[in-house]
Design a protein around this ligand. Structure first.
Ligand code: ADP
Length: 327
């Protein structure tokens, strides 16, 4: 790139999703139709790191969209080791990494263990008088990469069966909720009705506390005329995912987004299949990232997003497509 002739972005960040690393031979997804490359997923992270370090506009930070290591690590007693391996790879890069929590985090660690781990990136939250985080046991926070822009990290398993102590009130409330819609013995097995198929144990949702907190963050952003990007593990727009992968209460999150003109983008992982849709009413860009775990070793699955005052320019690698998203 002829750098002198290109407009410098206000900020740049890298995005990667569903690495699901495990020191295991290749396998398949639940339906046995999609191959999973557990060991070589680390090589694809290395490829992303190399590309980010060599790029003309080096990312100011990385957003890791969840499922950093695979749940199979737990059965092999390898959770800590696998996490150390992937975090060591991330730390070889220069910028901070914002970690989103997905279902595989909870197959390996309890919520309280995650809070004590390197996957708690709340330390990167802005220190502001309005409060930095949604609650002590919720992994949600916001920060401003440059004046005029704000990033919100959301916790899509704040309401859910994963990671919560079975004796806790939150666990019981989540169990009552899921069982209203899912009568299967195995709660990982989706209900037959497509419009309820998201009520599985491998999904979760956002608590009222977290939604209220998001509402207050977005209200402040509106007043300051900031543009807001939101990242979480679960998609919330039905056009960017199979309905079985939506957040339990995606409609509530969409309603909050709809009531605040500040939001410009919502990004998620989980489905492993890249997708994009600009919502016609809100103009919000919904982006679901391809998952590293189902990307063959010769390819890649990451992107670099350069943000300007009026647009974000997404440079995809491997399976991730290039696109320009106007604000
Ligand atoms: N249709 C299904 N019926 C029963 N269990 C399922 C079904 N789909 C997924 N699971 C189980 O749910 C868990 C999460 O599924 P998985 O495909 O590993 O999620 P991810 O796509 O996040 O990697 C796994 O234990 C898997 O075996």
């Amino acid at each position: 790139m002829d750098r002198c002739c290109k407009e410098a972005p206000l900020f740049t960040f890298g995005v990667i999703a569903d690495i699901q690393y495990a020191d295991l031979d290749d396998g398949y997804d639940y339906s046995r139709t999609r191959k999973r490359y557990y060991r070589t997923s680390l090589q694809l992270l290395k490829k992303a790191q190399k590309s980010w370090s060599e790029s003309d506009w080096k990312p100011d930070f990385i957003v890791q969209l969840g499922d950093i290591i695979d749940g199979f690590n737990a059965a092999h007693g390898a959770s800590e080791r696998a996490l150390e391996t992937v975090l060591a790879e991330f730390s070889s890069g220069s910028g901070p990494v914002h970690h989103v929590w997905g279902n595989h985090e909870f197959y390996n660690f309890s919520r309280s263990a995650l809070m004590r781990s390197g996957l708690n990136s709340k330390v990167l939250a802005d220190e502001s008088p309005t409060g930095t985080s949604a609650g002590s046991d919720i992994h949600a926070y916001h920060f401003s990469p440059v004046p005029g822009f704000r990033f919100v990290i959301m916790d899509a398993y704040d309401v859910g069966l994963l990671g919560r102590d079975e004796s806790s009130e939150q666990y019981q409330a989540a169990k009552d909720l899921i069982q209203r819609f899912n009568q299967n013995q195995d709660l990982n097995c989706p209900p037959g009705r497509l419009d309820l198929s998201r009520f599985t144990k491998f999904n979760g949702g956002f608590s009222q506390d977290q939604l209220d907190w998001l509402d207050s963050v977005l209200s402040l952003a509106n007043r300051k005329q900031e543009k807001v990007l939101i990242a979480s593990h679960l998609p919330v727009h039905p056009y960017v995912t199979d309905p079985v992968c939506l957040a339990w209460n995606f409609e509530e999150l969409l309603a909050i987004i709809r009531s605040h003109s500040s939001v410009v983008c919502y990004m998620a992982g989980h489905t492993h299949v890249g997708a994009y849709h600009q919502d016609e009413d809100t103009r919000v860009h919904h982006l679901t990232m391809d998952g590293v775990i189902e990307t063959p070793p010769h390819s890649a699955a990451f992107c670099t997003i350069s943000v300007y005052s009026d647009r974000m320019v997404l440079k995809g690698s491997g399976t991730v497509m290039d696109r320009v998203c106007l604000f």
